[in-house]
Each structure stands twice: as C-alpha cells, then as structure tokens.
Design a protein around this ligand. Structure first.
Ligand code: APR
Length: 308
C-alpha cells in the first residue's frame, strides 16, 4: 500500500512542502486548510503538474479531516506566519489554538501517524502537539534544525566559494534568535569551520544564521520563508518513510540529554519509520553549553505560558 502524508495548512509552507514531497514520489499527499477551496485548488494544480514530471502521486485537498484518514505522517504547518518586527514567540497564543485543533482532528483519523511540526514558535508547538495527542514522544518532532543548518551552510559556501556539498553545518537549540550554531563541529570537507574562516567573518555568519528567518520576513513583508522550510520537512518525511535512520538536527523531547529535561528542543537525532530512534550528544564547549541553557530557558518559559 502507498504511504500517505497529510499536511495541515495549505499556505506558503504547507503547499511548498507538498511541492517538494510530490517530486520525491514517496507518498500520496493530502492538503487541509480552514479556508474553503484553498487546499483543494492547490492540490488540483499540483496534481496537474505530475504528468510533466512523470510522477504517480495522488494529491487531494479540502477542509474535511476525513481526507487525512490513515496517514503515515501528519505535517502541521497551520497557523500565522510572522510579520516584520515580530518574533516567533509573538505567535504563541494564536498558533497554539490552531495547532491544538489540527493535532486533535488528525489524531482521530490517523492514530498510528508520526507528527512533524513546522508552525512557530516551533519547539513550543511541538511540545503542545505531543501533549494534546498523548503520543509517545518519539512519534512527535519538529522541523527547525535542518532549516537553520542549511541557512548557515549557504552562507559558509558563499564565503569560501566551495560547493554546498562540502559544507556540513549543525545548529542546535530553540528555533529562535538564541539558537546555537556550532562552529567547531560544523565543517568543510571535514575541517572545522573555525579553522577555515577568520573569527570576525565566522561571527557574522553565526549572527546572520540566527537572524536568517527574520532577514527573509523583512524582505517579504507579508509572510515568512517557505522554500527552505518546506524542503527541510520533505527531507524529514523521506527519512521516516524510507526508514533511513537519518541523523539531523530537529526538535525532540529531552529527558536529560544536554542536561535538559521536559522540553522539546533542537538537538541532533536519528529518525526512521518509528520516529526518533536516538538523540546524539555532541561534545560542546562551555560557551556552547551556556548558550544552549539560555535558549532552553526561553523555550521552557514559553511552554509554561500555555498552562498544559
Ligand atoms: N486549520 C487549518 N488551517 C489553518 C487553520 C486551522 N485552524 N488556521 C489557519 N490555517 C491555515 C491558513 O488558512 C493558511 O492557509 O494555515 C495556513 C498558513 O499559511 P500561511 O499564512 O501562508 O503561513 P506559512 O508561511 O505557511 O507559515 C505557517 O509555519 O513556518 C511557520 O512561522 C510559520 O507559524 C507559521 C507557519
């Protein structure tokens, strides 16, 4: 039987995730949105692109959650995006209610699904989904680290004039301006970044990575990034459906790893068909550990605001 992925929220990130995913031809796709006609229209358009690519993927859209029945993976992107001047945390209360509904409505039709969350504030929305679904933590995780890391890799490849294929970047922590780009574990063809790039330029890359989402929000003025977030989610869905045991930075539930517990937080984790298989602990410097603790405190504070 073919795999099925349902994406809740057919806006910029949801539709773009479907677009990247359809090209992989690994699952049929359902788009759900609260706006009448939106998901249906986008699904129809995407469906009509498939003959050009020669991909046999069934793509449906609508407002009715019954369409999502028996999904292998549920992706939640529903919610408000940032406007210029807003932080991801400013979206907390509005998006919490939307994500809560999306989680409950999908769970009744797909109790076996793996959940991948994209709505911001990411770590908090992932925690909320885990709480309201009551699923094992391994089956609920959030996309942020692949996005933050690919942004950093873009800047590093540009700076050094090397192929993006040679650049491996790792960004941990909460998906906010206090995220922690790791400059000695990130590397170019095996050589740590701090051996390749002068300190001042590296500091500028770290700063631009942290503010990478905001840079795009201020350029777009009417929404936030969607191409890179969408492809990052598609990569995670592929890792699950193909049972790849892929190690990638993502928002996972912590139970003592990195000295942190009881929060969802960006860490390197291995994912496959059953979700999160293990969390890796990188050897971090004192400064990195302190930066992670600061970022974690921010996530914990926002989780507490939801009174779950
Ligand atoms: N159920 C289903 N869909 C909903 C609901 C709901 N209760 N509420 C809102 N939506 C839909 C909107 O109708 C819209 O089509 O979610 C979609 C969000 O799409 P966009 O406004 O284009 O926002 P997008 O850029 O996709 O970002 C969504 O992902 O990356 C994060 O920060 C971003 O939190 C934001 C989320």
């Amino acid at each position: 039987m073919r795999s099925k992925v349902s994406i809740i929220g057919a806006g910029m990130t949801g539709a773009t995730t479907a677009h990247w995913l359809a090209q992989l031809e690994i699952a049929d796709i359902v788009l759900i949105d609260v706006v009448e006609g939106l998901a249906q229209g986008k699904a129809l358009d995407l469906q009509q692109a498939m003959p050009v690519l020669g991909k046999d993927v069934k793509i449906q859209g609508g407002t009715d959650y019954a369409l999502t029945a028996n999904s292998d993976v549920i992706v939640i992107t529903a919610g408000l995006p940032r406007k210029p001047g807003m932080s991801r945390d400013d979206l907390l209360m509005a998006n919490a209610e939307i994500v809560r509904q999306a989680a409950i409505n999908t769970l009744q039709y797909s109790p076996q699904a793996i959940y991948i969350i994209l709505t911001n504030p990411l770590d908090v929305m992932t925690y909320l989904t885990w709480k309201v679904t009551g699923l094992p933590a391994a089956r609920v995780f959030g996309q942020a680290g692949i996005l933050d890391s690919t942004r950093m890799a873009t800047f590093v490849a540009e700076e050094l004039g090397v192929s993006v294929e040679n650049v491996h970047c790792y960004v941990l922590g909460g998906h906010g301006d206090e995220m922690v780009p790791l400059v000695h574990i990130s590397n170019v063809a095996g050589v740590p970044l701090d051996h390749m790039i002068p300190a001042d330029k590296l500091a500028a890359i770290v700063e631009r990575t942290r503010k990478g989402g905001g840079e795009i929000v201020s350029l777009l003025k009417m929404g936030s990034a969607f191409y890179a977030p969408g492809v990052a989610v598609a990569k995670m869905v592929e890792a699950v459906l193909r049972d790849k045991h892929l190690i990638a930075p993502l928002s996972a539930y912590l139970q003592g790893e990195y000295g942190l517990s009881g929060i969802y937080f960006g860490v390197p984790a291995q994912i496959g068909r059953n979700g999160v298989e293990k969390i890796l602990e990188y050897p971090l410097t004192e400064n990195e550990q302190a930066a992670l603790r600061k970022s974690a405190a921010n996530v914990a504070e926002n989780i507490a605001k939801l009174n779950l």
